[in-house]
Design a protein. Structure first.
Length: 126
């Protein structure tokens, strides 16, 4: 935004949150940081390896994440970005369904899926 538009004056100050955005889809897969910490405590997870992605995961990603968690003697959190993505990306409904199917292929009780509502910011020339 600021790359293409600028103004002579900007005003800043403290940011106060009013309400978290309401999402009506995949509610059980959306967690705040505090909710994730509580879930990890409830599950007895002490070490967590996280994997963030915006694309559907393939077999190599699965193997990479399993090995990373095993090497760290940790559990795994998969956090796909489900905000705005770039044109041509697979829609997030389809991607979330893919992630949910992939969860079935991880060892039981080792992996959680939590959606990350961020807009992807792509690097590179403009």
């Amino acid at each position: 935004y600021l790359l293409h538009r600028s103004h002579p004056v900007y005003i800043g100050g403290p940011v106060h949150g009013l309400d978290a955005p309401t999402h009506y889809d995949f509610k059980s897969r959306r967690h705040t940081p505090a909710e994730l910490r509580a879930l990890f405590d409830k599950l007895g997870w002490r070490r967590i390896v996280a994997f963030q992605t915006r694309n559907p995961m393939h077999r190599a990603h699965q193997e990479l994440t399993i090995r990373a968690a095993r090497e760290a003697e940790a559990n795994l959190l998969i956090q796909p970005v489900v905000g705005m993505t770039k044109p041509g990306d697979i829609d997030y409904y389809t991607r979330v369904r893919c992630y949910e199917q992939l969860l079935k292929r991880y060892p039981e009780q080792t992996t959680q899926l939590s959606l990350l509502p961020l807009a992807m910011r792509m690097g590179g020339p403009r």
